[in-house]
Structures are given as structure tokens and as C-alpha cells.
Design a binder for this molecule. Structure first.
Ligand code: GLN
Length: 285
């Protein structure tokens, strides 16, 4: 069997399974299993491939056809031009979430701030991107899940960072004294899907950890905690940037109305209000 026939088989199987980007996914799996990019696949279309690699390829195609996200099968995914290790047990980095490190880095450059908190950090993609592109800062990533922290630790190593620390904690229990400096910026992509909407999501999303998605009945549980116990720890000139779900801006803002000193909402590439950026009040106001 040659790689090209295997690729054609995969496209057929994936199309029949209802996979939206069958050709793209099949090409990614070819590259992952046979180390052949698109051009090489065409050039070497007649060469036979190793049996073991072929078996691995068909296993991967089978998993994908069963709805498992491509990112878990490939074991890594790009975010903010960096590679991140992912797998079952951790939320897959989404392109819209790149707004968070972008805003954070802009703010750190402008304000001279150095201390970053990433609340509900998951794979670490947000905190690690900030730490990598703004090496002068110190990032504290708060995350309750052992499995997520397993990936975050790998990702810190992968990027060779010494300015990131994971704090295993339930942010819902409030900000305890962790013996760390107060933040100049807080970023967060907390779980925000309303509990009863989770089962309505794409079948791929159901492979992801519920704990990373479930934001309570209205999806807003975490924002209320962040407003009540984390926001006030911001240093002067500090800001917070939080991702939220479609149509959640008003709900999220309601928790911050009396405590923030202005801010703005940033849309994602699909024109959906996605990130809320708020300024903290000066401490002596
Ligand atoms: N953006 C994810 C989704 O809708 C949810 C991530 C989250 O809850 N933070 O699938």
C-alpha cells in the first residue's frame, strides 16, 4: 500500500463519517504518521509505506471518524505561533483565545507591569504565550485540574520557560494568600458554557473535559467569583481581560459595574463579542 492510496481511503472514510474538513484532516494525519507534507505525498505517491506506520495511520483515521478532535490525535496544536501539547483531559486552544495574550502583551509593554495571573489556565497556552513573548514578566497560572496541569508542565518545558509558575488551586475558593505579588494583569478563559448547553455542542467538543467548559446554569459562575475575589488584587493601572461566550458580555459586565474603571469589548474574527477588558480602580480613589 502506498501513502497516496491510504490518503484517498482516509478522505473517503472521513467524508462518510461527516467530518467537515476531510481532506485537510487526512493530510494532517498523513504528515503525522508518514512524515510527508502535501508535496511529498504527491511526489512519493507510488512508494510503499511501512506496515506499522500504515496501521497507526488507519487507527488515527478511525479515531477521527469516531469524532475525536484532530488536535488530540496529533497530540499538539498551534496557538499564537507556538506549539502546545494537548490531549484528552485538557481544553484545546482556540484561535479566538489569541486575543488574550495579544492584549496582555500590549498592556505590559505600555504599562511597565510585570506580574500576570492566568486564571483557569488549562494547557497554559495563554500564560505561556505571554511569558514567551514578554520574557520580562512573571506569570502565575492557576488551574485546579491535575490532567490540565500535566500538559501545562510539558508546555512550560517545551518552551524552556523559567518565568512561569503553576499554582494548583480552585479559583472558586477565592484568592488566598499564595505568597506571590499582586498582578498587573489578570487574564482568564474560564469555563463559560451553560451547563445544559454542553450536550448540544459539536460532537468533538464532547471529547473535551466538562470541567473546562461548564460555567454553571447561566455560564457565568466564574466571572462572578473573579469579580468578587480576584479583581481587587490588581495593582494600580492593572487590567483584566476575560474571554466569554456569545451574548455573555452584558451578564459578565453586570458583576463589574461598580468595581471597574472603564474598559472595552473586543470582537473575534467572526464578529462575535469575545473578550472583555476592564481597568481596575486606583487603590487610593
Ligand atoms: N470556546 C469554547 C467552546 O465554546 C468554550 C471554552 C470555555 O468554556 N472557556 O467550545
Amino acid at each position: 500500500m502506498n501513502a497516496y492510496s491510504a490518503y484517498r481511503d482516509a478522505v473517503k472514510t472521513l467524508t462518510e463519517s461527516g467530518c467537515e474538513n476531510a481532506e485537510f484532516d487526512a493530510r494532517q494525519l498523513v504528515e503525522f504518521c508518514f512524515s510527508l507534507n502535501q508535496t511529498q505525498l504527491l511526489m512519493k505517491s507510488r512508494e510503499n509505506v511501512d506496515e506499522l506506520k500504515l496501521k497507526k495511520f488507519y487507527d488515527c483515521v478511525e479515531r477521527r471518524a469516531g469524532g475525536e478532535p484532530l488536535q488530540y490525535i496529533l497530540e499538539e496544536w498551534d496557538f499564537f505561533d507556538l506549539k502546545f501539547k494537548v490531549g484528552k483531559g485538557v481544553l484545546i486552544p482556540r484561535p479566538e483565545t489569541e486575543i488574550l495574550p495579544r492584549l496582555a502583551i500590549e498592556h505590559l509593554k505600555k504599562s511597565g507591569g510585570k506580574v500576570v495571573y492566568d486564571l483557569c489556565s488549562g494547557s497554559g497556552c495563554v500564560g505561556i504565550s505571554i511569558a514567551k513573548f514578554f520574557p520580562n514578566c512573571r506569570v502565575y497560572m492557576f488551574e485546579i485540574s491535575d490532567e490540565a496541569n500535566y500538559y501545562a508542565r510539558q508546555n512550560i518545558k517545551l518552551h524552556n520557560l523559567f518565568n512561569v509558575e503553576i499554582i494548583q488551586a480552585d479559583i472558586k475558593k477565592g484568592k488566598k494568600s499564595f505568597n506571590i505579588p499582586n498582578p498587573d494583569i489578570i487574564v482568564s478563559n474560564p469555563p463559560y458554557v451553560p451547563t445544559y448547553d454542553i450536550d448540544l455542542l459539536q460532537k468533538e467538543v464532547l471529547f473535551e473535559p466538562r470541567i473546562a467548559l461548564d460555567g454553571g446554569i447561566d455560564g457565568l459562575d466564574f466571572y462572578s467569583i473573579i469579580a468578587a475575589s480576584w479583581f481587587k488584587s490588581l495593582n494600580n493601572n492593572g487590567i483584566i481581560a476575560m474571554e466569554c461566550g456569545e451574548n455573555q458580555v452584558r451578564g459578565v459586565l453586570s458583576f463589574f459595574l461598580n468595581i471597574a474603571a472603564g474598559g472595552r469589548v473586543i470582537k473575534d474574527d467572526n464578529d462575535i463579542d469575545r473578550v472583555i477588558m476592564l481597568k481596575g480602580r486606583k487603590k487610593n480613589d
